[in-house]
Design a binder for this molecule. Structure first.
Ligand code: CUA
Length: 169
């Protein structure tokens, strides 16, 4: 997904540059105001529709869906502290749903999980007094990284942990 986002970003930057270059080159010429207005309206509609389509297309699959009922699969209880993570287990099998129940002992933290290559899979906030629930099925083994993605004080950057995903049964 990230290479696609990079390509789309570069193309969008090139399009913005092209519009500015065109505007700079065209500005000395007389422009029919009615025609410019139609062009502007058409551009706004095209950008809005394109943006909505792009947002929907790149949000599938939705990272995590709201859930009701009892937690699915294996439950991992996570608790954030300034500045470390506490877990009741740090090993889960691949291919089995894992439900994280995440909370915090002190301030708000961000509970993010990245794959072995460092790509972020999902992240949720953990808030004092609440248990944030997120389910994920790890599709392959490896050492995944738990990172705090909410600035939570001086040693925020050290708030890292590992999650070992082992081959499924
Ligand atoms: Cu915990 Cu940043």
């Amino acid at each position: 997904m990230q290479p696609l986002v990079l390509v789309v970003t570069v193309l969008a930057m090139a399009a913005v540059f092209a519009v500015f270059a065109w505007a700079a080159l065209a500005s000395p010429r007389a422009v029919d105001p009615a025609r410019a207005e139609r062009w502007r309206a058409g551009t706004i509609v095209a950008l809005a529709v394109g943006g909505i389509v792009l947002a929907l297309a790149t949000l599938v699959p939705w990272p995590h869906t709201p859930q009701a009922g009892p937690p699915q699969g294996i439950v991992v209880n996570a608790r954030g502290h300034q500045w470390y993570w506490e877990f009741d287990r740090d090993t889960v099998p691949a291919g089995t749903p894992v439900t994280f129940l995440a909370t915090t002992a002190d301030v708000t933290h961000g509970f993010g999980v990245a794959d072995p290559e460092g790509r972020l899979l999902f992240q949720v906030q953990v808030i004092p007094g609440y248990v944030t629930r997120v389910a994920w099925t790890f599709d392959r083994p490896g050492t995944y990284r738990i990172v705090c993605l909410e600035y939570c004080g001086l040693a925020h950057h050290e708030m890292l942990a590992g999650l070992s995903v082992e081959p499924g049964a």
